[in-house]
Design a protein around this ligand. Sequence first.
Ligand SMILES: C[S@@+](CC[C@H](N)C(=O)[O-])C[C@H]1O[C@@H](n2cnc3c(N)ncnc32)[C@H](O)[C@@H]1O
Length: 214
Amino acid sequence: MSCCNQCQAIEDTFNQETAEGDLAHYHRHGPSRQTKLLLESLRTLGVNGLTLLDIGGGVGVIQHELFKAGIREAIDVDASRAYMNTARKESERQGNAERVRFYHGDFVQIAEQIEPADIVTLDRVICCYPDMPVLVSLSAQRARKFYAFVYPRDSWWTRPLGRLGNGFLWLTRDKFRFFIHPIREVDSILRANGFRPHLQRSAGLIWQVAIYIR
Ligand SMILES: C[S@@+](CC[C@H](N)C(=O)[O-])C[C@H]1O[C@@H](n2cnc3c(N)ncnc32)[C@H](O)[C@@H]1O
């Protein structure tokens, strides 16, 4: 599958209705379990005064929460216009809009325009993208200190579950696909870009959180 096909599928999947649902969920319950773990770990490392690049930020939970923890400014890149606009409205509501720059598009296609940041986050984004090596290396090259991500556990039982999910999407003529990229490959790309692992922890049955430090 080409990345262009997946980007159209991302626009269709992450639409206005799902964005509003995700924002309502965030207002009612706060960050999801895996995002909470990622946020707690970053806060422990110290984020005061740092800058953030959140790729595939969805409704912007990471930036909204890290502003409360003292980050200086943020860049939000999202392939879904509906999610990006929802994140923008929420950052206006929280009084942070002037400190966030929003870019719509596939990060890989627009990476050259995006400034480096101290922290780069990809929360459940690597699993949306077919060309993991390009996404991970371009995003790692823009991280000055911390590279934090949430990705599906790469285990004997998540792989068939992913295939089952993709089979269902194919049957329902949905073009979106889910990718469980081998974590060993993600790890070696990050090491080749000067990062070392700091934390890798499961958050529930499906997700894992990892933080790398340069
Ligand atoms: C599963 S959602 C996760 C949203 C949010 N990070 C969260 O955990 O709630 C995936 C998000 O990544 C975005 N996305 C996926 N691939 C992307 C890419 N190559 N460039 C920019 N955004 C991307 C989607 O538009 C969507 O907002």
